[in-house]
Write a protein of this length. Structure first.
Length: 276
């Protein structure tokens, strides 16, 4: 199992699959085992998927703040050095985009390209969310309504098992449909509760949105037109914070585009990566 050493001496794990130009992919959740990413619908290139601190094969740090998304940017920089790359092409999904953006802000000269997949963006933009509108369009579907009730009630944080049970109960909210395909995907991977808590233990600097104006690398944001998790308006607004940012909206898609709309996802992602 490949590992690399972070600046504080901790050995961290990563998975590698495929051949070609490396693409470092950051899992979301937060703190969901990266196996849920699969092969990203057969996305070309060499996929490098680190297990973030406290997830999978990477240990939970003694100091939870080192597991925050803001502080783990230094771990991604250490991974870049381990891979022997002058610059990173970096992707993130959902909460993983927080870490990807943190890396872009702290190491803009080390970034060759940034792919943000269904990024939560409320912490960066002041555009009103339209998630409630998308949710209202789904009301009346029994499975969706039950999932929304679970999500609204919130998780039982008394144990990691109850936290994962809540994630399963609320999972249909994240998909535009609930066929056997989405049902199977929703059961892949486990959430690591201590790592999820640590991930949000340090707030990013207040000037983070302004700092993204210094990121000169190309940035593509992929949005699901029916993503009830993030909405659409704020995700599109995020792309406008980057000087070389653009956005692609995938129709009939929720929060997991490589599962729900694999051909459209692969086309939008590979077009962007080929242009770097």
């Amino acid at each position: 199992m490949p590992t690399y050493v972070a600046d504080d001496g901790i050995s961290l794990h990563y998975d590698v699959s495929g051949e070609g130009r490396p693409l470092v992919v950051l899992h979301g959740g937060a703190a969901l085992h990266p196996e849920y990413l699969g092969d990203l619908a057969g996305l070309g290139g060499r996929l490098v998927m680190p297990h973030l601190r406290g997830v999978g094969e990477s240990p939970m740090p003694a100091d939870p703040e080192t597991g925050s998304f803001w502080r783990q940017a230094a771990d991604i920089e250490a991974l870049r050095r381990e891979l022997g790359l002058a610059e990173l092409v970096l992707a993130g999904h959902s909460a993983g985009t927080r870490l990807a953006i943190a890396y872009a802000a702290q190491y803009p000269d080390r970034l060759a390209g940034l792919l943000l997949i269904t990024p939560p963006s409320a912490y960066l933009v002041d555009v009103p969310s339209d998630a409630d509108t998308l949710i209202d369009e789904r009301r009346g579907e029994p499975v969706f309504d039950a999932a929304m009730a679970a999500r609204t009630a919130g998780p039982d944080l008394s144990s990691e098992d109850t936290f994962n049970e809540w994630q399963v109960a609320s999972a249909p909210v994240g998909y535009a449909a609930w066929t056997p395909l989405e049902q199977a995907h929703s059961r892949v991977g486990r959430y690591h509760l201590p790592a999820a808590r640590a991930y949000f233990s340090v707030d990013p600097p207040a000037d983070l949105p302004a700092r993204l104006g210094a990121v000169r690398a190309p940035v593509r944001v992929l949005a699901g037109a029916k993503d009830c998790t993030t909405g659409l308006a704020q995700v599109l607004a995020l792309s406008r914070l980057f000087p070389a940012g653009d956005a692609v909206v995938l129709d009939d898609c929720g929060h997991f585009p490589w599962v729900e709309r694999p051909a459209l996802f692969r086309r939008a992602a590979e077009q962007f990566l080929a242009g770097l």
